[in-house]
Write a protein that binds this ligand. Structure first.
Ligand code: ZN
Length: 400
């Protein structure tokens, strides 16, 4: 058991800053109070405690090819099965892929991330490589698998279902590349089996305007409409929604992960964050392919806050951005999200700092008068003092 004393804690669903002591032990938050002084005492003077981050979208498997192909189009770079990424990765040994994934997971830990939702390619073998890489690291991967059979127009429904079930035994859900490569029939099987097994079904949608227009022309519906019709739970990007798309996402209580730095790196524009906020959409934030971006969510939040303020020429509350990386992934006490089968926030991610919850937090230097901007605008990697995930507590930097 440890107690961090005299620190600023971002408590509860609303990240309310309070000055207090916090005791943790056996993977739980035991007490938050001025009176508690139990176990090992850590002086938290000049620090703050923030829920640790959930990175809402990564492709950690491409950690070994950082910044390859900069300047190429998104199709040339990452479109399966023949994008540059897939060709380069096919030439890398498993050991090299594992060690580069480990480095990326440590990069996440050092910058406050304990949970990440990974789109894992390479079928069952890819899932196993990631799980092997995560051993001994106090991080929780939430793995969404896929298989090349999903792109195979000759595959039977039976084969697709069997492959989906095989993957779901080993991972937390399925993450699909997009409607350009994946048929409606494959999507139906994937979402049906994910719902039956309480797993996450996810797909990239509306990442750029051409895709939305192509979808409308070919099917009379946008990619976002199709993803909702097919009952996917977690939508990635949605950078180009129509007004009706936003209503649908909100009414159907979907989660959307925005990846603004990825959109920037690929010259794809800026997600309409202010519209998402207005529609009260459940938003997460992700760093997307590690070949494009570091998995540092503090960099992502900094870019997001300032790009949006500059672009919309209006104030955006930094707390709303910090929530995307923390408590938004835990659902919202005012709506019953369990009925929508979005269990990842309730069973895997309990980042809300409240007594009795799992420990998922980090301690960092506090140099700003505003704790939200401290995290988004000030904290450097060396400022993160310690990180806790479940029963693991790791000192990263003893110098406060
Ligand atoms: Zn992606």
């Amino acid at each position: 058991m440890k107690t961090i004393v005299n620190t600023i804690i971002l408590k509860g669903h609303d990240l309310t800053p309070i000055k207090s002591n916090i005791s943790i032990g056996d993977g739980k938050i035991i007490e938050i109070s001025d009176e508690v002084f139990e176990g090992e005492i850590i002086d938290g003077t000049g620090t703050m405690i923030c829920p640790s981050f959930l990175n809402g979208h990564t492709h950690i498997g491409d950690s070994i090819i950082k910044d390859c192909g900069d300047g190429k189009s998104i199709e040339e770079l990452v479109k399966p099965p023949n994008g540059l990424k897939h060709l380069l990765l096919s030439e890398c040994s498993d050991d090299k892929i594992i060690s580069s994934m480990k480095n990326s997971m440590w990069d996440m830990i050092k910058t406050g991330t304990t949970h990440f939702i990974d789109y894992r390619e390479g079928s069952l073998k890819g899932i196993k490589l990631l799980k092997k890489a995560a051993i001994d690291i106090p991080i929780t991967p939430i793995v969404l698998g896929r298989d090349p059979i999903f792109h195979d127009s000759q595959a039977t429904e039976d084969d697709i279902r069997k492959t989906t079930l095989k993957l779901l035994k080993y991972c937390d859900g399925i993450g699909l590349s997009g409607f350009s490569e994946i048929s409606k029939e494959v999507c139906e099987i994937v979402t049906e089996e994910c719902i039956n097994r309480n797993k996450i079904s996810s797909i990239h949608v509306g990442e750029y305007l051409k895709l939305q227009k192509k979808s409308l022309k070919e099917t009379g519906k946008t990619e976002i409409e199709r993803s909702i019709d097919l009952n996917f739970k977690l939508l990635i990007h949605s950078t180009y929604p129509t007004n009706n798309d936003l209503n649908l996402i909100s009414e159907n209580n979907k989660f959307v992960t925005l990846c603004p730095r990825s959109n920037g790196a690929l010259n794809l524009g800026i997600p309409p964050l202010t519209k998402f906020i207005r529609e009260k959409i459940n938003m997460l934030i992700g760093t997307d392919n590690i070949m494009l971006n570091s998995p540092n969510l503090m960099r992502e939040m900094d870019y997001t806050l300032k790009t949006m303020r500059a672009y919309y020429k209006r104030y955006i509350d930094p707390k709303k951005i910090l929530k995307m990386a923390t408590v938004n992934g835990c659902g919202n006490s005012s709506n019953n999200l369990d009925k929508y089968n979005l269990n990842f926030y309730s069973t895997i991610n309990k980042a809300v700092i409240e007594e009795g919850n799992d420990v998922q937090l980090f301690i960092t230097k506090l140099t700003s008068k505003n704790p939200y901007l401290n995290v988004i605008n000030r904290v450097e990697t060396d400022d993160v003092i310690g990180i806790a995930n479940k029963d693991k507590f790791l000192y990263l930097n003893n110098e406060k």
